[in-house]
Design a protein. Structure first.
Length: 178
């Protein structure tokens, strides 16, 4: 029943078309600003990603086609330059972001990633090398350099310390032999 005393039919599931408006006030009452923002972001995530069905995709495709047909050749010059510049900046930001993520990964993790890539080439795609321990990987490869790699790596990382520069160089040399 609404405040005016009129009955209103509401489907209580979150997927119902009127559930958002019917429960919006009750759901946000007593929430902090941060909670409201996260609730709003969650709503748009569900609407934009989770329930993004084929009909919505087709609708967006039709809208893009209409917008494309509506463009005029003479008015595009500045728009294309702005679009090209924006794409170039986005690509540059992506490259910088990927490089930073790689540095955040840590050199220990990068060494293991190189080892796994080499093992994947030797063992084939059907073996999930990511699920194997370094010792299991060494046995599957039947490789003494890989066994030594596992021993040195475990000696540092499983003792809660970073690899020393000498150990890092040693692991690099061992990777060449694997």
């Amino acid at each position: 029943m609404t405040d005016a005393g009129v009955w209103q039919r509401v489907d209580p599931s979150q997927w119902a078309s009127n559930a958002g408006s019917a429960f919006a006030f009750a759901r946000t009452r007593g929430l902090t600003s941060l909670q409201r923002i996260t609730d709003l972001l969650n709503y748009y995530w569900v609407q934009g990603v989770v329930v993004f069905d084929f009909n919505r995709q087709a609708e967006l495709w039709r809208e893009a086609g209409s917008a494309w047909r509506g463009l005029r050749g003479t008015s595009l010059r500045g728009d294309w330059l702005a679009l090209g510049g924006g794409l170039l900046l986005a690509a540059a930001a992506g490259v910088v972001g990927l490089r930073r993520c790689r540095h955040w990964q840590g050199r220990e993790a990068r060494l293991v990633a190189v080892l796994q890539a080499r093992a994947r080439r030797r063992l084939g795609a059907e073996v999930r090398v990511e699920s194997l321990t370094l010792g299991e990987l060494a046995e599957r490869l039947d490789s003494d350099p890989c066994r030594e790699f596992a021993e040195v790596y475990h000696g540092a990382v499983f003792r809660d310390r970073k690899l020393s520069d000498a150990e890092y160089q040693q692991l690099h040399r061992l990777l060449r032999d694997i």
